[in-house]
Design a protein around this ligand. Structure first.
Ligand code: PEP
Ligand code: MG
Length: 604
């Protein structure tokens, strides 16, 4: 294999992980490139075949590759050109500072110019290029890491913080290099392109919604992270947790993404390619067959009706919801309206978005979840995540801390309620006072509308998400105060098992069949059914084919999932006998292995 990803030092991205890449090298591919396979976690089914496009979300995540001996001089020149360009930029910036500007402004620019001219940044990377044959970006980032590490050890806090200035200067140099020849070009035929990234945020994924990529793969991420959830909604094959894909794969290499098995094949040979093309045609044929179920009513073999609804992130997702024949929207994750922008959406803008969804669902229920910001979804520029974002100021906690923002959203939702059948859902409730305060905020929003004589539906139901174990264990209070419940299994599992759902290093511990999880889920469904309170599951468990019968057996009759999964789940419902599902002992065993065996028996 001609590539030696580690010959230029360890990657800044890969260095966060200590595991070695699980690379299986096979015979050379049809195009003469070495073929290898990476294993990750499939998050979105199907097979994509296309060319790699390396994507950098983080500004300092750069491609690294080996320069051939005859290309070294040109690479050093490329580096020198970037240094010269940034030097020119600083001079122009300094010249443009108005005389009235504060003295710190000039001092700041002077400091950055000085850092740039220091041999550590302007000379040392040249040596790395020559000695290790690194590409220029990679040499610069390595050198930056070396220097900033020394700064971290300085006791003086002011000097220690100067490491940030170095990072900013390096970012500017990297940007300059992107304009000097080697940067991957934006692909023109997106439908044949597979995005390869080290990590993607939910906000990055929303940008992908505007594209038509064939698939994507990332080094980091868990299967129920919001990034993976949005990937599923894009309905393209995707894999997360590949660890080294971004550093091993090169721009334009041929890839096969098997999103069901979590397998990525780089530079496949002709035989493998043909096999995957065959599999891809088979999956497409299965999908076409499923489409025939679109108008069928979801009933079990013994005649029990099941309500299959859909999850959305943006109003435009409604087309897909209707395409899938969903009975309603069980979860509208409204925080996605707030991402990738520098301002907050106004009341009118939100109202239009909610009204559009309500109208197009045509009296079918639309469950609008109030903002679940925080954790892995933050507003541009907001730095309030805290040391442990998943346990921090998130969802209802964030809304109660920002009453004006919450009021704006509640008013917009209530105003839209005249145009359809809207229900309001509050995320991440754990305490009785949070329920009280959330209900008080809704009352206040109504009063402000009443004062202005603005009409809204006075019967809007208010529900709560059960996604914190504390909520699942104190259901009586929730059922007394709220009109309906929706179980968010993604967070319920995260918080029950104490594993960050976005962290692939603990992804193997994410187990929906853990007895504690099954206990909380079944307990919630049974208690709500006994009390006559509508209950749904809207986490990824609802769209997991292997869990459908188990949840039906627990007594669940309302599921909400991504539209892409809906018809497969309907097919499973149509093939299920409730009595058999109810008889399973899965919820009563204490051994997850045993639970897995019983589950495969139930699903056989
Ligand atoms: C959940 O936690 O299961 C859920 C549906 O909410 P989200 O995935 O948006 O956190
Ligand atoms: Mg949640």
């Amino acid at each position: 294999m001609r590539r030696s990803p580690r010959s230029c030092g360890s990657s800044p991205t890969a260095s966060a992980r200590t595991s070695e890449p699980a690379v299986k090298r096979t015979a050379d591919s049809a195009r003469g490139e070495a073929s290898f396979t990476l294993q990750g976690a499939g998050v979105s089914g199907g097979i994509a075949i296309g060319q790699a496009h390396l994507f950098s979300a983080a500004r300092l995540e750069v491609a690294h590759y080996e320069i051939p001996p005859q290309g070294i001089d040109a690479e050093v020149q490329r580096f020198d050109a970037a240094v010269a360009q940034v030097r020119g930029e600083f001079a122009a910036l300094e010249a443009g500072v108005p005389a009235s500007a504060r003295a710190e402004m000039k001092a700041f620019l002077g400091l950055h110019a000085m850092l740039l001219n220091d041999a550590n940044l302007s000379k040392a990377p040249r040596e790395l290029i020559r000695e290790q044959r690194c590409n220029a970006e990679w040499a610069l980032v390595q050198q930056m890491e070396h220097v900033t590490k020394q700064f971290e050890e300085i006791e003086d806090a002011y000097l220690r913080e100067r490491a940030q200035d170095i990072v900013q200067v390096v970012e500017r140099m990297l940007k300059a290099m992107l304009g000097t020849g080697h940067a991957p070009q934006a692909p023109s035929h997106e439908e044949n392109v597979i995005v390869v990234a080290h990590d993607l945020s939910p906000a990055d994924m929303m940008i992908f919604k505007r594209h038509e990529y064939a698939g994507f793969v990332t080094d980091l991420g868990g299967v129920t992270s919001h990034t993976a959830i949005v990937a599923r909604s894009l309905n393209i094959p995707a894999i997360v947790g590949l660890h080294h894909a971004r550093s091993l794969i090169r721009e334009n290499e041929l890839l096969i993404v098997d999103g069901r098995e979590g397998v990525l094949i780089v530079n496949p040979d002709a035989q493998v390619l043909e096999e995957y093309r065959r599999r891809s045609r088979r999956i497409e044929a299965e999908r076409r067959k499923l489409r025939r179920l679109r108008t069928r009513r979801a009933r079990t073999l013994d005649g029990v009706a099941v309500d299959l609804q859909a999850n959305i992130e943006l109003p435009q997702d409604v087309d897909e919801v209707k395409e899938a024949g969903a009975a309603g929207i069980g979860l509208f994750r409204t925080e996605f309206l707030f991402l990738n922008r520098d301002d907050l959406p106004s009341e009118d803008e939100q109202f239009e978005a909610y009204r559009k969804v309500a109208r197009s669902m045509d009296r079918r229920p639309v469950t609008i979840r109030t903002l679940d910001l925080g954790a892995d979804k933050s507003i541009n520029g907001a730095d309030r995540a805290g040391p442990n974002p998943a346990l921090g100021l998130r969802a209802i906690r964030f809304c109660l801390a920002e009453p004006q923002m919450f009021l704006t959203q509640l008013r917009a939702i209530l105003r839209a309620s005249r145009y359809g059948k809207i229900r309001l859902l509050i995320p991440m409730l754990a305490h009785s006072h949070e329920i009280e305060n959330a209900l008080a905020a809704v009352r206040h929003a109504r009063e402000t509308l009443d004062d202005q004589r603005i009409a809204y539906d006075r019967r809007v139901a208010i529900g709560g998400m059960i996604e914190v174990p504390a909520a699942a264990l104190s259901l009586e209070y929730f059922m007394r105060k709220l009109d309906f419940l929706s179980i968010g299994t993604n967070d319920l599992i995260q918080y029950t098992l104490a594993i960050d759902r976005t962290d692939d290093t603990v992804a193997h511990l994410y187990d929906p069949l853990h007895p504690a999880v099954l206990h909380l889920v079944s307990r919630t469904i049974r208690a709500a059914n006994r009390a006559g309170i509508p209950v749904a599951v809207c986490g990824e468990m609802a769209g997991d084919l292997s869990m459908t019968r188990l949840l039906l057996g627990f007594g669940l009759r309302q599921f909400s999932m991504h539209p892409a999964q809906l018809l497969a789940i309907k097919q499973q419902v149509l093939r299920t006998r409730i009595d058999a599902a109810r008889a399973t002992r899965i919820g009563r065993v204490n051994d997850p292995e045993k639970a897995r065996q019983l589950l495969s028996r139930l699903n056989a």
